[in-house]
Design a protein around this ligand. Sequence first.
Ligand code: DAH
Length: 339
Amino acid sequence: MLEKIQQLLAEVETLQAHSAEELEALRIKYLSKKGSISALMNDFRSVPAEQKKEVGIKINELKTRAFDKINALRAEFAQTDSADDDIDITRTAYPTPLGTRHPLTIVKNEIVDIFSRLGFSLAEGPEVEDDWHVFGSMNFADDHPARDMQDTFFIEARPDVILRTHTSSVQSRVMEKTQPPIRIICPGRVYRNEAISARAHCFFHQVEGLYVDKEVSFTDLKQVLLLFAREMFGEGTQIRLRPSYFPFTEPSAEMDISCNICGGTGCAFCKHTGWVEILGCGMVDPAVLQLNGIDPTKYKGYAFGMGVERIANLKYQVKDLRMFSENDMRFLREFEAAN
Ligand code: DAH
């Protein structure tokens, strides 16, 4: 009996399995009710009493060893098995989700692109500005209503420091350092002290354009804006200029484009007029040139400014301005295709 146990112990140590079936066969051979260890247990009854202790210990040892060995084989097996399952080298790579550009960035880039093709170069200025660059240098009279607390964010400790209310301040930043010819396009964020609603926000985005040179006429302005409107909204787009007033331009105008939603026939968006306003523009007031160190007897210029949100609304019909700053992924993902 002891010999038999010894032999089985040696056998168990050398066990190997190459498949789940082989492993199961081993389990049956050694550990099942009909297996060789069970058979030994049955024979145990006939072992003489004085040997029972020694034989019992040996049988238990065999049982434990066989159990451990088969479990170890199973674990080894499971490991290689799962490794095989996990790595499928023929599978395509997991896609890395890419972010999307913000709709306002898409529209701003498009505006800047169109004007760079027309020879305008990019200029930027600070969002935290002083009164001079936002108002004074732009020919705002001291008592102009736009300086009112209603519109402007002031910084308490420094009454001359404000958040710029328009990108026209960049005109001044460039003119004070550069003599003509100047041909710049200035995108940026602006701030106004407004209650946030679907139609107004305390910050929004503008793109400013400025051209100063020897022979600049209103016709040049009109032609450049027509080209812009057609590039941005399509070949068939019409423009019209209505007289307006800005302190920094004379004459001043507001430009409408034929409504790109109804094609000019009239709809709710254009309030059934067929036209929608998209920007302000005009010939740079000679006083502005003077205030910024440019000789108005030698040079003339035109300028324009537009709201990026406004253009984006027209292109994508976003009804609520707040969508642009809420970072709702469902909204932002809609612009994946436009990237
Ligand atoms: N700064 C104006 C605004 O915020 C927009 C504007 C109008 C800019 C006419 C210009 C311009 O350069 O010529 O409403």
